[in-house]
Design a protein around this ligand. Sequence first.
Ligand SMILES: Cc1cc2nc3c(=O)[nH]c(=O)nc-3n(C[C@H](O)[C@H](O)[C@H](O)COP(=O)(O)OP(=O)(O)OC[C@H]3O[C@@H](n4cnc5c(N)ncnc54)[C@H](O)[C@@H]3O)c2cc1C
Length: 350
Amino acid sequence: MNAQVKQVSPEGEKRYDVVVVGGGAAGLSGALTLGRARRSVLVVDAGEPRNAPAEHVHTYLTREGTPPAELLEIGRAEVASYGGEFVAGEAVKAERLPDGEFRIGLADGTAVTARRLLVTTGLVDELPPVPGVRERWGREVLHCPYCHGWEVRDQAVGILATGPLAVHQALMWRQWTSKVTLFQHTAPDFEDEDYERLAARGVELVLGEVAGLEVEDDRLQGVRLAGGRLVPCRAVVVSARLTARSGLLDGLGLEAVEQEMLGHVVGTHIPADATGATSVPGVWAAGNVTELNAQVVAAAAGGVRAGAAINADLTAEETRSALAERRGLFSGGLESEVGERVLGDRRHGL
Ligand SMILES: Cc1cc2nc3c(=O)[nH]c(=O)nc-3n(C[C@H](O)[C@H](O)[C@H](O)COP(=O)(O)OP(=O)(O)OC[C@H]3O[C@@H](n4cnc5c(N)ncnc54)[C@H](O)[C@@H]3O)c2cc1C
């Protein structure tokens, strides 16, 4: 259990050392680190992790193939075992209080206060508006070969192009299967050399717009072209725009900025340093909200780093105030003998 006693703010709101907004891999890892550092911590979670549509989590050492919900359940139990608390719900507002702490307002009208804020709200995958894409997302509509490539190895995979990065995707997925078809769909013409590279790797190119995905008996059959032809596919790869879930931070003056990949904008993220510290003192970010391409294990690692940095920051603050108090004892006119006795008692925990 935490040594740090949870307090109540003057408004009667519960006060924690740290409130973590978002209970995915990043948030839970941050909370675990802080709980084990004997900090009082609350995790506010809306319960919609990004990989929820997927059946299994892959490339997570020692937990390979675990269902996403099961992984988080294990994580929550671990956090709770060190005194971490949970609220199921959405945090809708974060504001700085006059004393420098934070008030986090929840959708149900309640609020909590915290000395530090860790934001691990993840991102939203904005999918291309093609019929069938949203319905099959995370099952047969995929984005990441490291998450899903093995499961569709050697099978027919279609790449639905909506921008220039589709060439990069096609060449990547070629590592998992030789049956890759690139549907040019709404993407502008590629560079001449791109067509040559695709041909060299045996990627088939299909021109013209895609009308939608064909599904039968709850299984993807293929890609239906606007002209009517059906191209059989076991899976379709899309390029989603990755938008940081950062609305909560507007009230703190922290805005998401564009993120580029290979010279193209792929979404937005909250800028943070290697420890997750943002430009707003007291606010940290970890996981997909700041690192768009972080897989589960990387998001978890980001949470651990941020948790440790927050604990270090709180420790520094506590040392500063202890020092100020110590100096106050001497400058406040106490006889040095009395001051020494008080400090001696403190050293012995009295
Ligand atoms: C279909 C799919 C399959 C994937 N498969 C894999 C895989 O096999 N292996 C792998 O390593 N990675 C995989 N990923 C990537 C994986 O989803 C991310 O790496 C991971 O979810 C990032 O963790 P996170 O904690 O940053 O965010 P998330 O897991 O998205 O968690 C964020 C949490 O914050 C909550 N939240 C958001 N806003 C608020 C708010 N205002 N108030 C309260 N709570 C809030 C959300 O509801 C959510 O529970 C996959 C992604 C997708 C889309």
